[in-house]
Design a binder for this molecule. Sequence first.
Ligand code: MN3
Length: 211
Amino acid sequence: MSHHQLPPLPYPPNALEPYISKETLEYHHGKHHRAYVEKLNELIAGTEYESLPLEEVVRNAKGAVFNNAAQAWNHSFYWNSLAPDGGKLPQGELAKAIDRKFGAFTTFQEKFSAAAIGVFGSGWAWLVAEADGSVAIRTTSNAQTPLTTDVRPLLTCDVWEHAYYIDHRNSRPDYLKAFWALANWKFAQRNYQTKLTHRARVDNVANAAVA
Ligand code: MN3
């Protein structure tokens, strides 16, 4: 039984232009993300993971099952981390938490960009919330995800080359500029203010994906 499905993009494929092209989204969502979901379904058929929700597979699996499950989850989170009307400033409690930690939004932005650009090879850059409500920047390699840790992901930037090669070739710094023009602070703010368990928060993400 294959039950994991590729969630639709939360916007039309040309909606992030000129920062991220329709062609990039068609490949990144329609081919890369789809391949992780399809491979996952293939790998879990007939195993203990077959009937588990995606986030439980991510938390419990190892090896290829983990890699494909985590990439499926991370990509859904990434699509929601971007928005056609994004790129403005964070508001409310999240804005205050960023200022408390980094002093100013621009300082946070510089540090996040440096962390993202500094990821060696493939991976992800994340804005996360600690249990005490403070925020932090984390990076992960390959499919690794904060979902398996105690911090809550708020926003992510995919720094695998497939995320930017069509639009920016090998220039990850140029892609980071595009990321800032699209960063979905409403999504990050919603994740920050959701004082719920991981499980409930992840349901939130799924709802946001189809809204
Ligand atoms: Mn990707």
